[in-house]
Design a protein around this ligand. Structure first.
Ligand code: F6P
Length: 522
């Protein structure tokens, strides 16, 4: 077994020969000179056609990147994750979200315990609950209260799969401690028709508990204390806190500390999604993840979509200095997908300390952002086409829509394809330089027949594994998130200072002034 606490070789050593490689010729030339590139630089991963022919790499750079991956132990660390080793070193935990989509009957071990039967027992309990709610004519509204991984996954996926949703059930997601969020949802809800799912891995997150208490008070005001048992369920790893909150643990759906928050949409955290789309579709969603898990574990690096895309990201960042990535879904239902990926990628790989505690001497995780096409085209694409910085893009699209307006869809897909062509090829205009498109701007195009539960699961797993590949190369712990702690702690200190007496004077002058301003104006 490899030593999973040992990081990959120092980045400067790792990237030394890569940095000697010449940049490839411009994309126009690469694509024109080598017509086979359009086939050779495509990987079919499950139902996803992953086209990286418009990325600024060539065969020698790719060969160099595969060498980097092998020296960094990408395959070993991937296998260590699937074997349940504690690759979350700083929290001394296994990283086993891949077990959440394992087939019943296979075994996957964490600390000597086969977790797959537990996963399927929870799935069965979730399915029974989901069927009950879907059959209960009195319930028309399901409200998930959670934040971060306990919100973004189910919120993104429920929107993405709206075409598969139960027609009677409306799904809402409350995350922000800003009272406006829950106020808006409660204003359009009827207590007797509403089911709340309080989703929190720790059940200690102040935003979620604050929103859950407000929702509970609202329900009790409308229907009385005894209604709580019928209208509140919890999803958590912490039964004690769930009971303390006043939710019977019989109404709790559990998961485990080896599931990171941002990797939990396919655990019980996906309960609101399962209620919306039904247990069968939820199982198709899980099967989609599994398809890419199998692709990731079974394909050689050269034909492995998460490895290839992850390595190209490393080439862009660590060698060319391009540290941002735009994710541009040409599917309105994927509107929340970039936000979901922001947590997945930036909370995972936004790290500067390596597994051995030393400081990373290169940069790490990219800044991820995006909006659905074609809206983004009329907003920020200007910078992508003609700005001074290079923004590698991931275009995502589907052959078939869920709406009846085929001519809209043809137009949408034409735009997706046109953008990748325009970015790569540009257009010369020497007379009017402001009309010049220099091109040579990189993108991947990821296509599938249709946005289904399965293809959504495949897309998520693709990005989960990109994160794994890149984290291994940088030698960081992609599965902790210590960087969110300090702000939480300071907010807890400041909250009583905004109203209490006497006025505090124990911060720096700038912070004291902000507190004083708020006290004077509130
Ligand atoms: O603050 C970050 C974080 O810990 C995320 O990693 C997590 O997804 C989110 O908060 C919510 O945590 P919980 O599910 O425990 O409420």
């Amino acid at each position: 077994m490899p030593d999973t606490s040992a990081p990959a070789p120092d980045p400067d050593t790792l990237f030394a020969s890569l940095r000697q490689l010449p940049e490839p010729p411009p994309l126009r030339q690469l694509l024109t000179d080598d017509p086979t590139r359009a086939d050779r630089y495509v990987i079919q991963a499950g139902d996803l056609r992953v086209d990286y022919s418009k990325h600024r790499v060539d065969d020698s750079i790719l060969a160099g990147l595969f060498d980097v991956a092998r020296s960094a132990g990408v395959e070993q660390r991937r296998d260590a994750m699937f074997a349940g080793e504690h690759i979350n070193v700083t929290e001394d935990r296994a990283v086993m979200h891949v077990a959440l989509r394992a087939r019943s009957g296979v075994s996957m071990y964490v600390d000597g315990h086969d977790v797959v039967p537990d996963v399927h027992a929870t799935l069965d309990k979730m399915a029974a609950f989901a069927e009950r709610v879907r059959a209960d004519e009195r319930i028309t509204h399901v409200v998930n209260i959670g934040i971060g991984g306990s919100d973004l996954g189910p919120a993104m996926a429920t929107r993405a799969l709206q075409a598969f949703a139960h027609p009677r059930i409306r799904s809402s997601f409350v995350s922000n401690v800003d009272g406006q969020d829950i106020a808006d949802v409660l204003a359009s809800s009827e207590p007797a028709e509403t089911m709340f799912i309080v989703a929190s891995k720790t059940f200690g997150t102040v935003e979620t508990l604050t929103n859950a208490r407000t929702a509970r008070d609202w329900l009790v005001a409308g229907l009385g204390e005894e209604a709580v048992a019928d209208h509140f369920v919890a999803v958590s790893t912490n039964a004690e806190r769930v009971a303390d909150f006043g939710i019977d643990i019989a109404n709790m759906f559990g998961f485990w500390d080896w599931v990171g928050g941002r990797y939990s949409v396919d655990s019980a955290i996906g309960l609101s999604l399962m209620v919306a789309i039904g247990p069968d579709h939820f199982r198709e969603f899980l099967a989609g993840f599994r398809t890419i898990d199998e692709h990731f574990t079974q394909s050689p690096l050269e034909a492995n979509a998460p490895a290839v895309l992850g390595l190209i990201g490393v080439w862009y960042g660590n060698v060319l200095g391009w540290w941002t990535k735009a994710v541009l879904p040409y599917a309105d239902e994927l509107a929340r997908f970039p936000a979901y990926l922001q947590q997945l990628e930036m909370e995972s790989n936004g790290k500067s300390v390596r597994l051995d505690g030393t400081r990373l001497t290169t940069d790490s995780g990219p800044i991820v952002w995006g909006e659905p096409g074609t809206n983004g085209q009329h907003a920020f694409y200007q910078l992508i086409h003609q700005g001074t910085r290079i923004v590698p893009c991931d275009f995502i699209g589907f052959a078939n829509p869920h709406h009846p307006y085929r001519h809209h869809h043809d137009l949408l897909v034409a735009n997706l394809i046109a953008q990748s062509e325009a970015l790569a090829f540009g257009r010369d205009n020497t007379d009017e330089p402001y009309r010049n498109f220099e091109g040579n701007r990189p993108s991947a195009v990821i296509l599938a027949d249709e946005l289904t539960p399965s293809t959504l699961g495949q897309l998520i797993a693709l990005y989960e594994h990109i994160v794994n590949v890149q984290g291994t190369i940088w030698g960081i712990d992609s599965y902790d998130q210590w960087g969110v702690e300090l702000g939480k702690e300071l907010a807890n200190n400041i909250t009583p200072e905004l109203t209490g007496e006497p006025a505090p004077d124990r911060h720096d002058a700038a912070t004291n002034a902000l507190i004083a301003w708020y006290r004077a104006h509130r």
